[in-house]
Design a protein around this ligand. Structure first.
Ligand code: ARG
Length: 231
C-alpha cells in the first residue's frame, strides 16, 4: 500500500477550451464535468498512463503559451496540427480528420468564400478558421470561445462563421437543426486534430502515442468515436 502511494505519479495537467462540441464542452446540468469525445479520450489516456487527469478551461489562444511555459502538460483542445504550431509544441498522433467550413443561416445566399466579402464573419480567436479568414482579407469578429461564435450567429450578429466541420455538423444536428447550412470551402485541405505537448516532452509524447495505440487495439477508441460521432 505505502509503496504504491509513494510511486503515485504526478497528475496530468490538461489544457482545454471547453466550448467545442462534441470534442470538449460543459453542460448546464453538470457544470463541473467535462464532456465530449476528446475529454473522454484524454481521460482514457490518463488511465493508461496511471495518472490522474486534471482538466483546466482556458481561452483557446492561451493554450499554446501554457504548454510552452510548462504550466500544463498536454493540450486537449481540438487543436489542428499545423507547421506553424509545430515550431512551438509537439503533437501526439492525430485522432481526428477535420476541415474548415462556412456556417450560415438558411437562405443566406452564401455559396463560397467570395460571397463573404463585405460581410461580417465570426471566428474563434487563435484558430485555423480565424487564420484562414484573415488570410482571405475578410471582415472578422473574433471570440475567445467557440460557443460565442455560434451565439453571435444566432442573435444575428455576424452573417456567417468559419469553423471546423465536425463542430458545425454537430450544431446542425442539434440546436441549429433546420435553421443553418454548411457551405464547403473547396480550397482548404483536411486538418488533423491532435493533443499538443511541450517541445521538450518527447517522453510523454511516446507514452501518449502508446496509450492511443493501445486504445485503438482494445476498441475503446472506436467505441468513443461511435458514441460521439454516430458512425
Ligand atoms: N481546429 C481548430 C484549430 O486548431 C479549432 C480548435 C478550437 N478548439 C477549441 N477547443 N475551441 O485552430
Amino acid at each position: 500500500q505505502d509503496k504504491a502511494a509513494a510511486e503515485k505519479k504526478e497528475p496530468l495537467r490538461v489544457a482545454t477550451n471547453a466550448t467545442f462540441v462534441p470534442f470538449e464542452f460543459k453542460d448546464d446540468a453538470n457544470p463541473e464535468d467535462y464532456k465530449g469525445f476528446e475529454m473522454d479520450l484524454i481521460k482514457a489516456v490518463g488511465k493508461e498512463l496511471g495518472r490522474e487527469v486534471q482538466i483546466n478551461n482556458l481561452p483557446f489562444s492561451g493554450i499554446i503559451p501554457v504548454i510552452q511555459q510548462g504550466d500544463m502538460d498536454i493540450a486537449a483542445a481540438g487543436m489542428t496540427m499545423t507547421q506553424e504550431r509545430a515550431k512551438n509544441v509537439l503533437f501526439a498522433a492525430p485522432f481526428y480528420e477535420s476541415k474548415l467550413v462556412i456556417l450560415a443561416p438558411n437562405g443566406s445566399g452564401i455559396t463560397s468564400i467570395d460571397d463573404l466579402q463585405g460581410k461580417t464573419v465570426a471566428v474563434q480567436m487563435g484558430t485555423t478558421g480565424a487564420g484562414y479568414a484573415e488570410q482571405k482579407g475578410l471582415n472578422i469578429k473574433q471570440f475567445d470561445h467557440n460557443s460565442e461564435l455560434i451565439m453571435d450567429l444566432q442573435v444575428g450578429g455576424a452573417q456567417a462563421g468559419i469553423l471546423d466541420k465536425p463542430v458545425a455538423d454537430y450544431f446542425l444536428a442539434q440546436d441549429g437543426k433546420g435553421k443553418y447550412e454548411i457551405i464547403d470551402i473547396p480550397d482548404t485541405k483536411s486538418e488533423y486534430l491532435a493533443f499538443a505537448l511541450n517541445k521538450n516532452n518527447t517522453e510523454l509524447q511516446k507514452e501518449v502515442n502508446a496509450a492511443l495505440a493501445k486504445l485503438k487495439e482494445t476498441g475503446e477508441f472506436q467505441k468513443l468515436y461511435k458514441q460521439w460521432f454516430n458512425t
